[in-house]
Design a protein. Structure first.
Length: 153
């Protein structure tokens, strides 16, 4: 038996199929975008928490213990890194002006405190003999103060 004539076509027209496909793709892309934004916010939050924890630890570990003077000029500044497992890269500021950057090696039991003015200290360019009364010495890590001391002679 042969079918004669046109069969009624049932289904979705090609235009409607394309529109539906585009809507599905847009919804999927939106879902992936929302998921990625949430992930990024979580990662940023965790990184911020870790940075804050690191800076709090550094604030506890890095000390400007004392200083001594000779003729109105500072001739020694003793600094200490109490952490036995981590070196700290610190920027040295004197009265708000960047002076130098140094690495405070992890404490190994006997070599601390170190004299910041000593020529053997990390090839530092910080000239202690030029420093005098009432200057503020600050150590910063990642822009946050971790240790400070007012130098008075």
């Amino acid at each position: 038996m042969k079918l004669r004539g046109k069969m009624k076509q049932k289904g979705v027209s090609p235009v409607i199929a394309i529109i539906m496909l585009l809507l599905i793709v847009v919804v999927m892309v939106g879902g992936v975008f929302a998921f990625m934004m949430t992930m990024q916010e979580d990662v940023e939050g965790m990184a911020e928490e870790e940075l804050q924890e690191f800076l709090e630890d550094a604030g506890d570990d890095v000390l400007i213990e004392d200083h001594s003077c000779d003729g109105g000029n500072v001739n020694s500044i003793w600094v200490t890194n109490l952490n036995e497992n981590r070196d700290y890269d610190v920027d040295i500021y004197l009265d708000g002006n960047h002076q130098d950057s140094i690495t405070l090696d992890q404490s190994n039991g006997g070599d601390y405190p170190e004299d910041l003015c000593d020529d053997d200290f990390d090839d530092i360019d910080f000239e202690c003999t030029d420093q005098g009364e009432g200057e503020s010495l600050v150590f910063r890590i990642e822009g946050s103060d971790v240790a400070s001391r007012m130098l008075t002679c």
